[in-house]
Design a binder for this molecule. Sequence first.
Ligand code: SF4
Length: 334
Amino acid sequence: MPWQKQRSAYRVWLSEIMLQQTQVATVIPYFQTFIKHFPTIKSLAAAREDDVLSLWSGLGYYARARNLHKCAKSIVSFHRGRFPKNSQSLQELPGIGRSTAGAILSLAFNQPAAILDGNVKRVLCRFFAIEGWPGKTDVAKELWQLAEHLLPDGQAREYTQGLMDLGALVCTRGASPACTECPLQQGCQGLQKNLLSQLPTPKVRKELPQRSVQFLLLINEKNQLLLEKRPPTGIWGGLWNVPECTIEEDVSEYCKATYCAELSQVESLKSFRHTFSHFQLMIQPVLAKITISSHRVLDHARLSWYAIEQANGLGVPAPMKKLLGQLSKKFEDG
Ligand code: SF4
């Protein structure tokens, strides 16, 4: 993995944050681009938030990117640009929890600190045949106790890396881990009890609520798209997106009232679904030419016109990225 080369606290931290809820194969190109643009924590701290979000665009869970930036600034301002070498100080930094702190301490500083990311939870649940969803308080407590108890004296770095690699490459997700290649197969209780299809116990999923929204792809006479910077917190906080309105709204009336604008060539594009961890969003994109009869929109600090190619370089949410691709194609095809 690229983050295992030239190992440093900065690279370990960056990879750990990127790997949360995200597969290794997805993370690799993002990590490489990030390191190229921000080779040090100081360069990341000095970056504009827009540039950080732009490079994160498509990785999802954008709070991670905003916290990453805040964390870099805190380390530069309060720790002279160096990662603290104790768990408590690390966990006081934005976006760093107990497991990420453990990864930094063990992988970067070879300190005996436990980690409990998704891969490690899976290995422990299977090896010790621990039932119950690992996110449940009592199960998590048991797993942390085991993770700490198992730490060897010395060689924390090799042990932690080995455990992480085992989870990522051998004891993989799904019902068929590569047990025949696993160095732990002799003692693995999950394997002996034939429980691998049930471990780790999945979370009981509630059906996700659905919401609907219209995305307004408003194009001016210069073929530019109207984009709006979202508030810094909340879903897609700090990213650029097209204006939205409720699904019930008449788009022409909405634009007249909001932007003193007239629409023409209004076209509904194919709707699609975007799934968040806690709800599903049905997106109905509406493409239209817009003519604004006052300068009101240009005075608004959060609204701006962008050529489609320019918009592609901004921090935009994943569904918007998809729509920008469709728009580019549509314009190319005339
Ligand atoms: S034997 Fe199989 S289930 Fe047990 S730890 Fe190894 S890969 Fe995982």
